[in-house]
Design a binder for this molecule. Structure first.
Ligand code: P6P
Length: 337
């Protein structure tokens, strides 16, 4: 029987083969994976764990926090702050950055995360997930500790990105720049086992993911693209399309990694001052790098997401990602219309 390759063994072998994973980064990724296992346990308990429903608080986004949002955030903070691999963390659930306390050794990495994405699905038992992104602490020259401005690096500067989806399986998907690997949690062993590597997204697709209830608020290029998909065989695309919208980015992106597709959360007229609903630093950037590493593409409708220069920690962005040829079509409509 083929040896089961654990996440730890995979990271050691990657480190040995091309040095792409320094020891501190390997430790960081193992700690994040362990935290995701704890979050998975809490999510799986559901009502039995008294963790469903909303907390009496709002996050920096002005969204009501679910109890599990706060639990997941605390698990990630507590798991990562003492190991000596991090200098600071940033989370969707925290207004400002979290510095590693001075009582712990300081590391050279910075971790950003959405601790529990898709949390509106928690109480109705639909897949949710943790999204994470790793940046190097810049030699900031100001000689002080890490500041929020140190986090404002383009997505192309990431050294690792991944997500863990809490669904029928608990699955961790990861890239360090050498393709995309997937690890499925073996609950009997308590370890993530390699179940797929070098994942490739088909360049073409017949499946789009968008929240259709926002249709009247879209800009012309998105309206044109979706209308053409809906026109099917009789329309300019000459083929019928299927639609999926789970309203959990981790689940929609995972489906696209597994069988192709295009995901759109475009700018719309509801809040014109916002570039989009999704967050650049800890949703769009990690997901965009994963998608590109799997042969797909990711833009904000006009520009490659990984090239965008962030101006604030909780910056919003429009997202069009997935099968390369479809993303290029949508982006083309934005630049020609
Ligand atoms: P809507 C979840 O709240 C999230 O941030 C993403 O995971 C998801 O793709 C999107 O928002 C869903 O938004 O407006 O369809 O509820």
């Amino acid at each position: 029987m083929a040896h089961k390759i654990s996440l730890t063994r995979y990271l050691v072998e990657q480190q040995r083969s091309d040095g792409s994973i320094p020891s501190q980064l390997r430790l960081l990724l193992e700690v994040v994976a362990r935290a995701c296992k704890s979050i998975s346990q809490a999510v799986n308990k559901g009502a039995l764990g008294g963790v469903l429903g909303s907390a009496e608080s709002e996050n920096v986004q002005g969204e009501v926090q679910k109890k599990l949002d706060i639990i997941a955030n605390e698990v990630l903070i507590e798991a990562n702050e003492w190991g000596g691999h991090l200098a600071a963390m940033a989370s969707e659930e925290m207004d400002s950055i979290h510095l590693v306390p001075n009582r712990y050794p300081q590391g050279e990495y910075m971790l950003l995360f959405d601790p529990l994405d898709g949390s509106s699905n928690i109480d109705v038992n639909v897949s949710i997930g943790t999204i994470f992104s790793v940046l190097k602490k810049p030699e900031n020259g100001h000689g002080q500790g890490v500041q929020e401005s140190d986090f404002l690096q383009a997505g192309s500067k990431q050294v690792a990105a991944g997500y863990c989806i809490y669904g029928p399986q608990t699955t961790l998907v990861l890239t360090v720049g050498n393709g995309v690997a997937m690890f499925t949690l073996d609950r009997e062993q308590g370890s993530f086992i390699l179940t797929q590597e070098n994942i490739q997204i088909p360049a073409d697709t017949k499946e789009f993911a968008i929240n259709m209830s926002n249709q009247r608020h879209w800009d012309a290029p998105v309206t044109r693209y979706i209308d053409e998909c809906l026109a099917g065989k009789e329309g300019p695309r000459g083929k019928d399309f299927n639609m999926r919208w789970i309203a959990s980015m981790v689940a929609d992106v995972h489906r696209i990694l597994m069988r192709g597709g295009i995901f759109l959360y475009p700018w719309d007229k509801r809040e014109p001052e916002k570039a989009g609903k999704l967050r650049l630093m800890y949703e769009a950037n990690p997901m965009s790098w994963i998608v590109e590493q799997a042969g797909g593409a990711a833009t904000n409708g006009r520009q490659r997401i990984l090239d965008l220069a962030p101006t604030k920690l909780h910056e919003r962005v429009a997202v069009v990602l997935g099968s390369k040829n479809e993303v290029e079509r949508v982006t083309g409509y934005h630049t020609t219309l």
